[in-house]
Ligand binder design. Sequence first.
Ligand SMILES: [Zn+2]
Length: 250
Amino acid sequence: MNQFKTDGIIIRSVPYGESDLILTILTPDMGKIPAIAKGARRSKKRFPGGLNILYHGSMQLAPGKKSDNLYRLDGFDVAGTFSEIQGGYHKVTVASFMLELTEALTVEGESCRESYRLLLEALTAVEDCADLSKTLIMFQLRSLELAGYCPDIASCRLCGRKLEPSRSFVFSVDRGCLYCQGCRSGEGMWLPISTGALMSLLWIIKNGPQDFSKLKLSDQAGKEARYLLDSMIRRILGRELKTFKFLPDR
Ligand SMILES: [Zn+2]
């Protein structure tokens, strides 16, 4: 394969040697890929627009040596940098968490067009100072959905009763689904959760991110929804994301 062009966003950057950077780049068609930017820390000639995380645009890449599995980044036309995110601590922590979660849930070499679009849309919402907690809930839920782990919360898994305000439900983090209190059985992590929080999550699943600004979410429902999603992510990945502890509470 010769040199090729792709859209990409830098989701991780680590200094390497005296003057290079090792990048993780999320691309729509190739998933996340590792790439080396030679000389990027010494000279700005090849990358005049810079090479920081969150920078996105059109990239010229070439396959590197077979032994190290790294692509070589030869050029980068920067389309956007999300510079406004750098201006606020909470914005930075939420954006960093989004990058880490995307990296954890996407696969090298596999197309991820929807995850790519979701990340750019969510970062734009963070930059525009939208409600950070709501943006985070939408992003976590959609990320789980795209990775095949959408929580099943429309009805009780055992008896099939629909979610409605007069009943009380518990969520099984291990199974990723909902049970009425009476149908709950077995071990594992169970979360009592209000129907208000469940209805909000279900609303996002049904309506998608385009109608997201219409979602009404109380502080309490937001907290519960976040707790459910955080617990699911921890369970699926089998670990805590490093950036999780820096996230704003609400
Ligand atoms: Zn039931």
